[in-house]
Ligand binder design. Structure first.
Ligand code: IMP
Length: 174
């Protein structure tokens, strides 16, 4: 793929502003409660790092690693957990932090997995939402931006493990 064949969708300034708004909303909604954020690796690592630094209430963090994509940009439809969380979430307020909701298959799997551990509450925060591509009924509780179809990279998102480092989000032409 030619690195020049990509156009900017969300600049770092736009991203930073929206992350601040999400963090303010989350801080307000969970005021007086102790929140545990669970980031989904690898894609959510940058969003998670930015988000927790803007959240103004005490929170704890953990991570899981889920994989649904093989090489390239098409979902295999099969979700595999390669790293589980290490925190007990029973009777706790849990917020899943994910980079992007596409078909929703990965998130559905993870939500079902966590629900079995009986958290007090379980909500989902995603930075990007490709709503039209959903194959399950699941919706996120906090959404950075809704977007149309198209494959994006940067701000933690990759194509074949490339471009995660970019501070801006690009649409790539394949
Ligand atoms: P889903 O199971 O189809 O919702 O896929 C979710 C996962 O696919 C995300 O966590 C991403 O890792 C990956 N993904 C979906 N769309 C994109 C994209 O446009 N760019 C990069 N990764 C994506």
């Amino acid at each position: 793929m030619d690195t020049t064949s990509k156009e900017i969708l969300f600049s770092r300034e736009v991203i930073q502003k929206r992350v601040g708004e999400l963090a303010a909303q989350i801080s307000k909604d969970y005021a007086g409660r102790e929140l545990i954020l669970i980031g989904v690796l690898k894609g959510a690592f940058i969003f998670m790092a930015d988000l927790i630094r803007e959240i103004s209430i005490p929170c704890r963090v953990d991570f899981a690693r889920l994989a649904s994509y093989g090489a390239g940009s098409e979902s295999s439809g099969k979700v595999v957990m390669t790293k589980d969380i290490e925190t007990s979430i029973k009777d706790k307020d849990i917020l899943i932090v994910e980079d992007i909701l596409d078909t929703g298959l990965t998130m559905q799997y993870f939500v079902d997995w966590l629900r079995e551990r009986n958290p007090k509450s379980l909500k989902v925060c995603v930075f990007l939402d490709k709503r039209k591509r959903r194959k399950v009924t699941l919706e996120a509780d906090y959404v950075g931006f809704a977007m149309e179809d198209g494959f994006v990279v940067g701000y933690g998102l990759d194509f074949n493990e490339r471009y995660r480092f970019s501070p801006d989000i690009y649409v790539i032409k394949q």
